[in-house]
Design a protein around this ligand. Structure first.
Ligand code: APR
Length: 405
């Protein structure tokens, strides 16, 4: 690393500048350091913030294999729990789908994302990795050259810093600097599912030993275990609902109603510690390589949370990108980097397709009234759920797609 103070800006450099310390940026950082590549991670938030931000928690078997391959899975093996059952609750009764016992018998590992991020960060720092917190990337410049640079705001200095690199990895999410710096001609596919969820974290033990999906006339409700003391719930709400519009009591009453507590038993209530509204939308940027700028994770593609693919795709992309960058530095040729985009996009589109299917399974999609009435759509949804309940082939297909990326 070189560091020169000039009158106007601080000049710094690294072979790879990684933007963002989420799962994508930290897996990539770890793999680059292990390969002996000089890199730095620039993260807008504080260390405390990234280590405590509650996000996803369902890790696919492929994700666990990737983390195992690189010695990054100790924490999740020690504290994570395997999970292989979904329970669907509908007006026609409930049914359980033991997806972990079907097909190849693969299960999820439940491990809160903030714990994984904490592990990845500790490993990165132990290995000598460099990271700057409270450092916001403002823009990526000259990505079409072999000396791209990133301008950042420094936490304790009024002057901007210019980070020069050979490659910049944009792992800074959908609102990050990497996306903002893409050429105008970049293709951005965007789809709004038209539904919103109130995402809740409750200080309450799980109420069922499965992921719970409730399909109800009043809207979808979901139950996902995070730990023996913490449960994540989702409640479909009208678009535009403020996160604090519903009292805790109203939320629990609504969850009881949609999860059909009268038939299946009441939910174990507790204090709601976090809440936020999520508009279910997805997007894909194509391609993922723009000269010296490469995208991974949410910066590359956002998936709606219905099938928990986001963090798994982020880690898959990070491993693929690390391999391609390692080859580029070792051999001085870009062949693997050229292939990176198509390779990862194939996984992204497969996950988008399943997530889209799952979103349709769980919701009444607003706007369907115009194309034949909501009765038509509700009937299709019922037929789809019945098929999932009774058809072994459909269950096998579900299991493969639900745990796969
Ligand atoms: N400069 C520096 N850092 C930035 C900037 C910026 N301009 N903008 C955002 N960041 C940081 C954020 O603070 C965050 O820590 O980039 C990081 C991006 O991390 P994530 O949002 O976790 O994204 P990613 O690593 O791609 O993981 C994606 O994880 O939680 C799941 O479902 C979620 O799909 C998502 C997946």
């Amino acid at each position: 690393m070189t560091e020169t103070r000039t009158f106007q800006a601080l000049q710094k450099s690294a072979d790879v500048v990684v933007l963002g310390a989420g799962p994508a940026g930290l897996v990539l950082g770890n793999l680059l350091v292990a390969a002996g590549i000089d890199c730095v991670v620039l993260e807008r938030a504080t260390r405390q913030h990234v280590q405590t931000r509650a996000r996803a928690g369902f890790l696919a078997p492929n994700t666990v294999r990737i983390l195992d391959r690189h010695g990054l899975a100790d924490g999740l093996h020690r504290h994570g729990r395997t999970h292989g059952t979904c329970e669907f609750r509908t007006e026609e009764g409930s049914f359980r789908l033991d997806y972990g016992a079907l097909g190849r018998g693969e299960q999820h590992t439940v491990y809160p994302q903030q714990n994984l991020v904490t592990d990845l960060l500790a490993r990165y720092l132990d290995a000598g990795g460099r990271i700057r917190f409270r450092t916001e990337a403002l823009a990526v410049h000259d990505a079409d050259s072999t000396r791209p640079y990133v301008i950042t705001g420094e936490p304790d200095d009024d002057r901007p810093t210019r980070w020069t690199a050979r490659y910049v990895a944009g792992c800074d999410g959908r609102h990050g600097a990497a996306r903002r710096s893409l050429p105008a001609a970049t293709v951005r596919h965007h789809h709004d599912h038209g539904v919103s969820w109130l995402g809740l974290l409750a200080e309450a033990p799980p109420s069922l030993d499965a992921v719970g999906y409730a399909v109800h006339d009043r809207g979808f409700a979901g139950h996902m275990t995070r730990s023996p003391q913490i449960t994540r719930y989702y409640l479909q709400c009208p678009r535009g609902t403020p996160a604090d519009a519903w009292s805790d009591e109203r939320i629990w009453d609504e969850l009881d109603l949609r999860m059909r507590a009268v038939e299946h038993g009441p939910l174990r209530r507790g204090r709601i510690t976090e809440r936020g509204v999520i508009d279910l939308a997805c997007d894909v940027v194509e391609p993922l390589r723009h000269g010296s700028l490469l995208l991974a994770g949410d910066a590359a593609s956002l998936t709606a949370p219905a099938a928990a693919k986001g963090a798994n795709l982020a880690i898959l992309a990070a491993e693929s990108l690390a391999g391609a960058l390692t080859e580029a530095f070792a051999r001085g040729d870009d062949t693997a980097l050229d292939r990176y985009s198509a390779r990862v996009l194939a996984h992204i589109w497969r996950s988008q397709e399943f997530t889209h299917w799952m979103t349709g399974l769980l919701h009444e999609i607003p706007g369907q009234e115009h194309s034949g009435g909501s009765f038509f759509h509700a009937s299709l949804r019922r037929a789809r759920l019945r098929s999932l309940r009774t058809s072994r082939t459909h269950q096998l297909w579900f299991a493969e797609n639900y745990v796969g990326v």
